[in-house]
Design a protein around this ligand. Structure first.
Ligand code: ZN
Length: 309
């Protein structure tokens, strides 16, 4: 029996300006920069990880900032919207806060009985805040879920339910809601847009690159790798991403899926209270640190330090 997938591990999107993303996600949304590193496949660019203060799986939104990245276009074949969970009764405070930063908000509206507001980040990435059933304060708790806009919704739904262990919990016009197995408090929901005939999304700034699902360890991941290969998907070998281990495959609706392990986590190379305060490099790039850092655009970190340039 395969250990169940218990929800979203992280979501990765494309941005155009590193500083602007840091300022928005930490300064406006109040997330922590839990890791500043480079794109392991392209060390001339950053890879930013935002999340809760502990960098827990289920709270992690990451960005590849490509300077001069052309704006993408929403459409089918990608994760359309990323939804964060906030404490009950905090949406009105969030509207005031976001509007105070010049962010245009829509709502509150309701979906599957849950109130939410919608807005975009400075690159146009579609975001929502959905109210939890309880909780105090305003701080983002992690992901509520994500909305997948598939080129083949029937096939995406079949993979999620028959393959990845999700359960359908609701239907609204044009949208099906699913819930992951287990009892994780964050990141359990996925919505699949069921309309067909949509234009394909154009990758670029303000669009999601991939969504990662979480598994507890390497053994579970290997079991999932075998299962997904047996379902006929072209799945990569395990890749060491330093903070988790990853496999990738593209589902039939065009969306790039990843399955990532919870361990080792973001404290593997920084002490927990120092997360995101320095540029971290995997061992293979450490000897080139000076050259790599000089090529990266200079950025101010939330803690006051500077990196790059
Ligand atoms: Zn990823």
């Amino acid at each position: 029996m395969t250990d169940p997938i218990t929800g979203i591990h992280h979501i990765t999107a494309i941005a155009a300006d590193t500083q602007r993303s840091i300022d928005f996600y930490t300064g406006v949304l109040g997330l922590s920069l839990v890791k500043l590193t480079v794109n392991f496949d392209d060390p001339g660019t950053y890879h930013l990880y935002f999340g809760d203060a502990d960098g827990r799986p289920g709270s992690i939104l990451t960005f590849f900032p490509f300077a001069m990245a052309a704006p993408g276009r929403a459409g089918a074949g990608v994760v359309d919207t990323t939804t964060f969970l906030v404490p009950a009764d905090s949406l009105e405070d969030w509207i005031v806060k976001l509007e105070g930063h010049g962010v245009v908000t829509q709502g509150p509206d309701e979906r599957f009985g849950q109130p939410f507001i919608a807005f975009t980040d400075p690159d146009g990435l579609k975001l929502e805040l959905a109210a939890a059933a309880s909780g105090a304060g305003d701080a983002i708790l992690g992901f509520a879920g994500a909305t997948l806009w598939s080129l083949a919704p029937d096939r995406t739904l079949r993979l999620l339910t028959e393959g990845l262990g999700y359960t359908v919990t609701g239907e609204e016009p044009g949208r099906t809601r699913l819930r992951a197995a287990g009892d994780a408090a964050i990141g359990r929901h996925l919505d699949v847009i069921t309309a067909t005939g949509a234009t394909r999304a154009r990758p670029g700034a303000g669009t999601v690159h991939h969504i990662a699902f979480r598994v507890p360890d390497d053994v579970a991941q290997e079991a999932w790798r075998e299962k997904i290969a047996a379902l006929g998907y072209d799945v990569t070998p395990v890749i060491d991403r330093q903070y988790f281990h990853s496999i990738y495959f593209r589902e039939r609706g065009g969306i790039l899926f990843e399955i990532a392990t919870d361990p080792p986590g973001f404290a593997v190379d920084e002490t927990p209270h120092r997360l995101g305060t320095a540029l971290m490099l995997p061992a293979r790039y450490e000897r080139d640190r000076e050259r790599i850092e000089k090529r990266l655009p200079p950025v101010r970190l939330p803690g006051g330090g500077t990196v790059g340039g």
